[in-house]
Design a protein around this ligand. Sequence first.
Ligand SMILES: NC(=O)c1ccc[n+]([C@@H]2O[C@H](COP(=O)([O-])OP(=O)(O)OC[C@H]3O[C@@H](n4cnc5c(N)ncnc54)[C@H](O)[C@@H]3O)[C@@H](O)[C@H]2O)c1
Length: 330
Amino acid sequence: MAQFHVAVSDTVFPNLDRARAVLSQIGADLQLAAEPKPEAIMRVAKDADALFATYAKITAEMIRQMTRCRIISRFGIGVDNVDIPVATERGIVVTKVPDYCLDEVSDHAMALLLSAVRKIPFANRLVQDGRWEMPAVVPIHRLRGTVLGLVGFGRIPQLVAPKAQSFGIRVVTHDPYIPKDVLERAGVQHVEFGELLKISDYVSIHAPLLPETTGLFNAEAFRQMKPHAYLINTARGPIVDEGALAAALDAGQLAGAALDVMAKEPPQNSPLLGRPNVILTPHTSFYSEESLADLETKAAEEVVRVLRGQAPRNPVNPEALKGRPEASRA
Ligand SMILES: NC(=O)c1ccc[n+]([C@@H]2O[C@H](COP(=O)([O-])OP(=O)(O)OC[C@H]3O[C@@H](n4cnc5c(N)ncnc54)[C@H](O)[C@@H]3O)[C@@H](O)[C@H]2O)c1
């Protein structure tokens, strides 16, 4: 009999061998939900000691039905799909893996920026269709001397900045919570949000999805952008109001967008589909073979720590651990 039962709501891994190997240290078994829907998830999570979650929504109602759960370990960075206040109330610590794909997402943001500005997907389609033409891609502007505005200056954009700077791009940011010395070391100027929209040739979103960032990119924001500017989003879809973006593109308020994340994934009847000046990738910024291996191992190590009564490395709600006698045992 396994000492602990660990449930998995959903996964992007081809198998869970790495997690299983880590969990074997504490004699825990692993059960994957048959499908990422509440009833199927609850079938494996109801009496589990821990839950791994990827994209499935872990709602208040679900958390309240978990009788033994001590940790919800997200296979990822953002934790907006888990009801944190209710987890805290129930003494369940929620953990994330903040550092498994920093190279990948910052590379992807640059790849989207370069693809948009150099019109690579558009030009590729022309050539594949037998059209070897330059006029169709006009105009393209030089990167050197332009301005990139990073919304949020956390771990990922701190890696985007030097990559962009190496192309001769000046980097500015808006992040209300970032210490001055981080900006100084990065050679990045802090500006107000409205100013960032006004002066940036490319705006790349790296803020978390929060009530105050939901719909941050709305009609009012697009009105302030440069007509030749590109919007890049590798953070979370709902930060952008997609209807307003489509209308702004139609009105020529910005030149294009390159998005790895969308309000609804996969998109259904999105007004952004089928446009030559919109590049879409299917939420793959995080992915490389190496990043997935790190993610699976690090998320499983958090479960092992918590079930052993040790403190996790990256708790989102450390207050959930307070008052739990087993959490303070070594
Ligand atoms: N597409 C993908 O595959 C993928 C992969 C990893 C992460 N992400 C997303 O990228 C985002 C950024 O990741 P990170 O590692 O840089 O995050 P991080 O936690 O290191 O930093 C987040 C930053 O956002 C800032 N912030 C908070 N509220 C803000 C606001 N209203 N306006 C501007 N900035 C604000 C914070 O001060 C912090 O500096 C994550 O929140 C996650 O949703 C996406």
